[in-house]
Design a protein around this ligand. Structure first.
Ligand SMILES: [Ca+2]
Length: 156
């Protein structure tokens, strides 16, 4: 790339920002006022939660079927498709201590839910929600590393 096209690209980015400030930083995908990133490095839930915070974000909170559908079709298109394989599971920001699931960042109880049949099983002392490749949810051991998604509000 020569200098001229670099300047051109930077100018384009600046104009895009000035006239459409609701954009996401590099690597993040926009959807409905929020920015999302799929982290393919597997981490335990607490560390994934910290990593999202470090990126100025939070572990994904899914409030609607639309958001769930968008995550599966647009963000996780490269995810493997095997059911019940930890390498194909993606942590989101929900967990339970005593049978009541809540979202970590907002502290909200779950409103929209999309559990796999017979889930959540909630068998441990602490269980964390993960997404399966088909978009349904399950709960599992928070200490087993999984991929994860961070979400944040778009730049305003
Ligand atoms: Ca959300």
């Amino acid at each position: 790339m020569d200098e001229t096209s670099n300047i051109g690209n930077n100018t384009q980015t600046l104009w895009q920002y000035l006239f459409n400030p609701s954009v996401c930083s590099d690597g993040w995908s926009p959807y409905s006022g929020h920015c999302y990133i799929y982290n393919e490095t597997s981490l335990i839930w607490n560390t994934a939660n910290d990593e999202c915070k470090r990126q100025g974000a939070y572990l994904l909170e899914i409030e609607t079927q639309y958001e769930n559908d968008w995550i599966i079709t647009s963000l996780l298109f490269s995810l493997c498709s095997v059911t019940w394989d930890i390498n194909c599971e993606v942590f989101v920001g929900g967990s339970t201590e005593k049978g009541v699931f809540k979202w970590e960042c907002s502290n909200n109880l779950l409103t929209y839910q999309n559990w796999y049949p017979n889930e959540p099983s909630d068998i441990g002392t602490r269980e964390c929600i993960f997404l399966m490749p088909n978009g349904q949810w399950s709960d599992g051991n928070c200490e087993y590393p999984r991929k994860f998604i961070c979400e944040k509000k778009q730049i305003t």
